[in-house]
Design a protein around this ligand. Structure first.
Ligand SMILES: *Cc1c(COP(=O)(O)O)cnc(C)c1O
Length: 467
């Protein structure tokens, strides 16, 4: 067999990719016709591809490379741990130093009495754990019927059967028999798309009260937990109106419902604090973590659990776990990643320096003729594309058509910026510098201009008539 390496011509690598590699969340036939872009190396905020391009990564990989690419300390931590103890399980009355050290460190960083960590290999797995943990908690408290978990439409909680059911992505539910029973969805606090004539504050309260209505209809003795991302990520970086979270917190407290904050994106500095729950002022019983926990250098996720839930679960045998729960190499890398975030004061810099700088530049994109609103918190932001700002109109073309055109222009201009429907989103490495932010914004402007010209040319800059 020929040696497959980065020295191979791009077309050959693409052909092999098409022949054998099934990409997630992708129409593989379409991708095959076009060929995937082959990423070969990366450093800081920059990717190299097999054609020699340097691409600014405005998405930190997939919301995860918080400390940037090429951190040798993380490589060394992995190599050291692999030599010492590459694997051991934590199922059968054994433990190891990386899992002990990382769980203790997470207990120190997490707010309140979130002092206990159950490890998983990913965010999806961690949310499967959460689903079973909250149901088991109420069962052990003598309330086996309190097993419904309420989530939100357009939430993203992962791609396994359990976590995909918790999520509210209808396109996912349509494939493979989801959602599983006893998951209930309520509306998302997306004022731009769904707020109609209401003020954002009224809309935020209204959407929060959908949870209360659901609890009243289902019965508080049936509802185990509410799960939500502090700020929706994959749903399009939707920052809820300020009225939303306080009302959700009140409702969960009043009806004795556990609150699960899915911090997979918001955690580890992304939203300007260690955890998005701190930015949004919420007090969860469980936090889901993954992505930025290791800056994506190793796959690892987990649940940080409060004293009360951990105590109840801990008094029985929880028949649940993953071979790679607390994987020593992943834990060692995560621990080193947390050290870097802390010692280099990366989150403080996001909060006080580069975050506000990015905000100012990013918000200036609303001066572009097709950008309606810009929303940003910490280092996650989105812009809404619209043919008419005043009425917050949607495009006549099928949702996502315009976003896709814009995304393609960004790609061509060597900027990674994703589209979710007709929203464009960014989530750069937290270490992005001011001059790199300038480059990001310049390339975004250029791409928006080009997309705008294409829309005009193709007659697509048109609002959908009101129904
Ligand atoms: C990415 C993500 C997940 C799933 O994590 P995986 O590691 O891909 O399984 C869960 N929740 C949120 C909020 C995410 O963004």
């Amino acid at each position: 067999m020929t040696l497959i390496s980065t020295n191979m011509p791009t077309a050959e690598l693409q052909a092999l990719d098409t022949a054998h590699h099934m990409h997630p969340f992708t129409n593989n036939a379409e991708l095959g016709a076009k060929g995937a872009r082959i990423i070969t190396r990366a450093d800081g905020c920059w990717l190299n591809d097999s054609d020699g391009n340097r691409i600014l990564d405005g998405m930190a990989g997939l919301w995860c490379v918080n400390v940037g690419y090429g951190r040798k300390e993380l490589v060394d931590a992995a190599a050291r741990q692999m030599q010492e103890l590459p694997f051991y399980n934590t199922f059968f009355q054994t433990s190891h130093v990386p899992a002990i050290a990382l769980s203790a460190k997470l207990a120190e960083l997490a707010p309140g009495d979130l002092n206990h960590v159950f490890f998983a290999g990913s965010g999806s797995e961690a949310n499967d754990t959460n689903l079973r943990m909250v149901r088991t908690y109420w069962d052990l408290k003598g309330k086996p019927g309190k097993n419904i978990v309420v989530s939100r439409w357009n939430a993203y909680h992962g791609s396994s059967v359990g976590s995909g059911s918790l999520g509210g992505m209808k396109g996912m539910h349509a494939q493979g028999g989801m959602p599983i029973p006893d998951i209930h969805h309520v509306g998302q606090p997306n004022w731009w798309a769904e707020g109609g004539d209401m003020t954002p504050d009224d809309f935020g309260r209204m959407r929060a009260r959908e949870l209360e209505t659901a609890i009243e209809e289902l019965g508080a003795d049936r509802v185990a937990a509410f799960i939500a991302e502090p700020v929706q990520g994959a749903g399009g970086v939707i920052i809820p109106p300020t009225t939303y979270w306080p009302e959700i917190q009140r409702i969960c407290d009043a009806h004795d419902i556990l609150l699960i904050a899915d911090e997979v994106i918001c955690g580890f500095g992304r939203a300007g604090n260690w955890f998005g729950s701190q930015t949004m002022g919420i007090k969860p019983h469980i936090m889901t973590i993954a992505k930025g926990l290791s800056s994506g250098y190793m796959p690892i996720g987990g649940s940080i659990v409060c004293d009360e839930v951990a105590e109840v679960i801990g008094n029985a045998e929880f028949n649940h776990g993953y071979t790679y729960s607390g994987h020593p190499v992943a834990c060692a890398v995560a621990l080193e990643n947390l050290r870097i975030l802390e010692e280099e004061q990366i989150i403080t810099r996001v909060q006080q320096d580069t975050g506000p700088y990015l905000r100012e530049k990013f918000e200036s994109l609303t001066e572009h003729p097709m950008v309606g609103e810009a929303q940003i918190v910490g280092m996650m932001g989105s812009i809404a594309l619209t043919p008419d700002k005043a009425s917050r109109a949607v495009f006549e073309a099928e949702e996502g058509t315009v976003g896709y055109i814009c995304r393609e222009r960004c790609f061509a201009n060597n900027l990674i910026m994703r589209h979710v429907g007709d929203r464009m989103i960014i989530s750069p490495p937290l270490v992005i510098s001011k001059s790199e932010i300038d480059t990001l914004i310049e390339r975004a402007w250029k791409s928006l201009d080009e997309a705008y010209a294409t829309l005009r040319e193709r007659g697509l800059f048109k609002a959908r008539p009101a129904a």
